[in-house]
Ligand binder design. Structure first.
Ligand code: ZN
Length: 197
């Protein structure tokens, strides 16, 4: 049995949860608020739910200064929202790159279509700037084969992650990366409070 996670409360709504179910923030030496994705940075930590609304409410109510018991910088609602969103995206991005290095990515419309139609598994990524009808076509086929979908990054970034030109779609194949990517995607969606597939 893993050791029980200590519990902390959200700066905004005060809900008490396991630390791992919250976002952790620490203070940098210059007094700015830093999102501690891996919950390993030293020093006092303060927490919010994995929800942008709690994070922004905490910032608006100046709860970061209260929590750290000093004046803090960089705790504007928008700045914190962007910081967390970018870190969560980077995390997913780095797993896609790693999977690609391990030969566990299929990309390119034809190849992805082929993979999905053969009943392929994995997680389908659709670039945010893919035209809606094409995006929906891929999502439909993925759903029909019980392949999980995520709409994330633009074509340029999706391609760059695997060392290629623009990519509208790619699939991370079943591998050790799938579980981790799933966890990170879940966090990302929770944070943005998204319902979309
Ligand atoms: Zn909360």
């Amino acid at each position: 049995m893993p050791k029980a996670d200590p519990q902390r409360s959200c700066l905004a709504c005060r809900t008490v949860q396991d630390k791992g179910e919250l976002l952790r923030f620490v203070l940098a030496p210059d007094g700015s608020v830093v999102f501690d994705l891996l919950q390993k940075l030293p020093g006092r930590g303060v927490y919010t739910c994995i929800r942008s609304s709690c994070l922004q409410a905490a910032a608006q109510k100046r709860q970061f200064s209260r929590g750290f018991k000093q004046e803090v910088h960089g705790a504007q609602p928008d700045a914190l929202h962007s910081q967390v969103k970018e870190r969560l995206e980077q995390r997913v991005a780095s797993y896609i790159s790693l999977a690609n290095k391990g030969g566990k990515v299929v990309s390119g419309s034809d190849q992805v279509l082929d993979h999905l139609k053969k009943g392929g598994s994995g997680i389908l990524f659709v670039a945010e700037d893919t035209s809606p009808d094409i995006a929906e076509k891929f999502r439909g086929i993925a759903r029909a084969h019980n392949v999980r979908c995520a709409t994330l990054f633009d074509k340029e970034r999706l391609g760059a992650l695997i060392g290629k030109e623009l990519r509208s779609v790619l699939v991370v194949l079943n591998s050790g990366f799938i579980g981790s990517i799933g966890v990170e995607l879940e966090k990302y969606r929770n944070f943005l409070q998204e319902e979309r597939e």
